[in-house]
Ligand binder design. Structure first.
Ligand code: SF4
Length: 264
């Protein structure tokens, strides 16, 4: 059964939420000319945001994190975006020497050994490359939605907490049904893994399908405490997840809020 047939529903206010998202994006693009990027995780929400930006010709660049651990279907989406919309997608990868050293030292399955090692892995595969993506930029766009988790329940459309860089969340008030209704309406390309009961897709070792009735993000880092399930990309310093921040992540120059995790 496809994700569209499972989730897409036209609900009251959908058109208003689409119009508002477009307005938020348009204003952000005008406020940060040449200095704004969509950090796309290539998930369903981010594909909607990419479609809004590309179809309306807003001046927002596209960037993604190729962690070296993604499913082939996820990596293929990069080429599908470029072909569909005729736009380039900047691809940021981890430092190869750091990756080799980490795997040599801690093994291929390090992320399952401890929260600290998992966060170290997210640190060099996501946070550090995200820092490169955001360098010199004054705004970035995400696909965060309040409905995604308790930690994201208060996501604003414009997060100005960081004085150096605004985080723009145009889908903050969207529901999962909204996301899929938009994808169906505009035939937006999406990851086929969503059709296999993976609503939230990250790296292959850290993503599994969910069962009926399970939480939206139950398939992410499922072996960890629920409160710790963020990669650091969108973690506030006073969040529980930040309390277990790894030594590697804390050594990064950027605050955790900016450093990554690919709404992944
Ligand atoms: S999601 Fe998993 S594989 Fe990906 S960077 Fe984080 S710990 Fe590593």
């Amino acid at each position: 059964m496809s994700a569209i047939s499972l989730y897409a529903r036209a609900t009251a206010g959908h058109d208003d939420r689409v119009a508002n998202a477009l307005s938020v994006l348009r204003e952000a693009a005008l406020a940060h000319p040449g200095r704004i990027v969509q950090a796309t995780s290539l998930g369903a929400e981010d594909m909607v945001v990419t479609d809004l930006i590309a179809r309306h010709g807003l001046g927002i660049a596209f960037g993604t994190l190729e962690t070296g651990m993604l499913h082939a279907q996820t990596v293929e989406l990069i080429g599908r975006i470029e072909a569909r919309y005729g736009v380039p997608v900047e691809v940021y990868r981890p430092d190869a020497a750091v990756a080799v050293h980490f795997v040599k030292t801690h093994g291929e399955r390090a992320m399952y050994k401890s929260v600290a090692l998992r966060k170290d892995c997210c640190g060099f595969r996501k946070l550090e490359p995200l820092g490169r993506m955001l360098a010199g930029r004054s705004a970035w766009v995400t696909g965060l939605r309040r409905e995604q988790s308790n930690a994201r329940a208060v996501v604003p459309f414009l997060d100005t907490e960081d004085p150096e860089r605004v985080k723009v969340n145009p889908l903050a008030d969207w529901s999962w049904a909204d996301v899929w209704h938009y994808i169906a309406t505009f035939d937006v390309p999406y990851n086929p893994l969503h059709d296999e009961f993976m609503p939230s897709i990250g790296c292959a070792p850290c993503t599994r399908a969910i069962a009926v009735g399970e939480d939206f993000r139950a398939g992410r880092w499922w072996w960890e405490d629920q409160d710790l399930k963020e990669c650091g990309l969108h973690v506030k310093e006073d969040d529980p997840a930040a309390a277990t921040e790894s030594p590697l992540a804390s050594s990064l120059a950027m605050p955790l809020d900016e450093t990554l995790g690919a709404h992944r």
